[in-house]
Design a protein around this ligand. Structure first.
Ligand SMILES: Nc1ncnc2c1ncn2[C@@H]1O[C@H](COP(=O)(O)OP(=O)(O)O)[C@@H](O)[C@H]1O
Ligand SMILES: [Mg+2]
Length: 241
């Protein structure tokens, strides 16, 4: 399988969301929320953006407190974090004012249970004017809604959607090292609509093709070889070896 980043429809929408956030007129709040079911490529998309742009990328974790969050941001800003929390906060704001940068917080769901961490993000945004992009799971929207002051500052929202057939085709064409017929692609689309499953599927399809010396996979070969009813694709590889 090719190691490539695919610009899906979700990714294209994310790019325009970030561009809107960065170019928002004065007075428009600069927080955004990207959310959706697991495995749709949210993390991969923001990591890709982070790799090509000067941003701060933070991943929320289970025990993350507001202090921990500030420390991570300051470290990402390339500074040694101050000891006192008040100094740490000032340090963070000073750096962001000097060099404004987008802050991306992935796995926001972990922080959504700690109002202090959430309020800290709001304070950072208000004091520094740095745009902040929150990334979370399917329910993140509802979880964040509980924090009215923060929610009011969200000017852009994007829900990552399951892939369209066009997306699946594009992903297979770019990642799969074995050719698939259009019917095979349609079959895959009907069975999987998330990246994680799709990636696993492509890997298996390549194994099957290699084990059977096939240069193209059609719908019938896939159907025959892959017992999707039981969700077992590993057996299909063994069966044909
Ligand atoms: N745009 C992409 N291009 C190529 N592979 C991707 C892309 N997005 C996701 N993937 C693959 O799908 C997996 C799951 O994506 P991930 O970003 O972790 O989903 P989410 O954060 O929505 O749960 C990744 O580990 C990666 O293998
Ligand atoms: Mg993720």
């Amino acid at each position: 399988m090719q190691k490539k980043f695919v610009k899906t429809q979700n990714v294209k929408k994310l790019i325009s969301l970030i561009n809107n956030l960065n170019s928002r007129p004065a007075g428009i709040p600069g927080m955004a929320l990207v959310y959706g079911e697991p495995g749709l490529g949210k993390t991969q998309a923001v990591l890709w953006w982070a790799a090509h742009n000067d941003v701060i990328f933070i991943r929320g974790t289970n025990l993350m407190t507001s202090r921990w969050l500030l420390e991570e941001i300051v470290e990402e800003l390339g500074e040694e974090p101050y000891f006192k929390t008040s100094d740490l906060f000032k340090q963070c704001i000073k750096q962001l004012k000097e060099k404004p940068r987008l802050i991306i917080v992935d796995e926001i769901d972990y922080l959504a249970t700690d109002y202090k961490a959430i309020e800290t993000l709001r304070d950072i945004h208000d004091k520094s004017n740095a745009p902040i992009l929150l990334v979370g799971m399917g329910q993140a929207d509802k979880k964040i809604m509980r924090y009215k002051h923060l929610y009011d500052r969200i000017s852009e929202k994007l829900k990552f959607k399951p892939f369209s057939q066009e997306d699946v085709k594009n992903i297979i064409l770019q990642l799969c090292e074995v050719e698939m017929t259009d019917c095979a692609i349609k079959f895959v689309f009907e069975k999987t609509n998330r990246f994680r499953q799709l990636v696993k599927f492509i890997r298996k399809a390549e194994e099957i093709a290699k084990a059977n010396n096939l240069s193209t996979l059609d719908e019938f070969t896939l159907k025959e070889l892959i017992n999707y009813e039981s969700g077992e694709i590993d057996n299909a590889v063994k069966k044909t070896k």
